[in-house]
Design a protein around this ligand. Structure first.
Ligand SMILES: Nc1nc2c(ncn2[C@@H]2O[C@H](COP(=O)(O)OP(=O)(O)OP(=O)(O)O)[C@@H](O)[C@H]2O)c(=O)[nH]1
Ligand SMILES: [Mg+2]
Length: 238
């Protein structure tokens, strides 16, 4: 998505700086301008801390914060329209670490947003969709930053599946009925309370669909980013 988004920005005349914050990334489909792997190496951490790959990922996540000032310094040297941060795919390694707050605070939080990428296979059924909304809400709660929900790899869904997900995202009642058809009776109360909480905090509305494969929906991410960073008016490219 990082690669697709920067490609789209470029096609519109915007420049972007791409920042890889995933120390565990093996290969990337884009050339990062700033790369956390220049400072943090997973193999070194495994050796130094005598950890397996999972423990090393957690240490690496905390080392991210230690290196924030170095990344900021490098970033400050760029004149660009947008900075796109690619974070580790697992929430445990980003949103759930205290260090991530420091990272978010270091990079112009007022003009920033999180694009929360929802797994299309998870979003296909009501329980999975609600689970995605809960995770997105937690991310918003943890990092105190506006979140735009986008079902990624949307090309893997059928038109009907996308329509159904849109209906769930537009109407809590439709989602509730779909959920009731899916879960066992014993879960009804839990489902109802979870949905009520999501409704209260305003989660779930306006879910986007994007595909890095077909480039559909990438513009919607830009539109939200634009609204947040400069009040909705299209920015003049540098
Ligand atoms: N069909 C389809 N496949 C995609 C799309 N975007 C990425 N992929 C594929 O999905 C696989 C996983 O890629 P990503 O979702 O980008 O995940 P990642 O960055 O490697 O993994 P994490 O950061 O650890 O979550 C790769 O094989 C990609 O080629 C898309 O829009 N459509
Ligand atoms: Mg990734």
């Amino acid at each position: 998505m990082t690669a697709a988004f920067s490609e789209w920005l470029q096609s519109q005349g915007y420049d972007s700086v791409l920042v890889n914050l995933d120390p565990g990334a093996d290969t990337l489909p884009y050339e990062p301008d700033v790369d956390i792997r220049d400072w943090i190496n997973l193999a070194d951490i495994m050796k130094e801390y005598k950890l397996g790959p999972n423990g090393a990922q957690i240490v690496a996540a905390d080392l991210l914060a230690v290196n924030t000032s170095k990344i900021s310094e490098v970033l400050a040297g760029f004149e660009t329209d947008f900075a796109v941060f690619d974070t580790p795919g697992q929430l445990e390694l980003f949103a759930f670490r205290d260090s991530s707050r420091k990272i978010v605070e270091a990079f112009d939080p007022e003009a920033s947003m999180i694009c929360f990428l929802i797994d299309p296979m998870l979003a296909r059924n009501p329980n999975g969709f609600v689970t995605s909304m809960i995770l997105s809400t937690i991310t918003n709660f943890r990092l105190e930053m506006p979140v735009f929900n986008t079902v990624s790899k949307a090309d893997l869904l059928t038109e009907e599946e996308r329509e159904r997900i849109s209906e769930w995202s537009d109407s809590n009642e439709v989602l509730f009925n779909a959920l009731m058809d899916e879960v066992s009776g014993a879960q009804n109360q839990v489902s109802m309370e979870v949905l009520r909480a999501l409704e209260t905090v305003g989660a779930g509305g306006g879910v986007g669909f994007a595909s890095a494969e077909t480039m559909s929906g990438i513009e919607d991410i830009y539109t939200v980013a634009q609204e947040i960073s400069s009040g909705g008016t299209d920015r003049e490219p540098r």
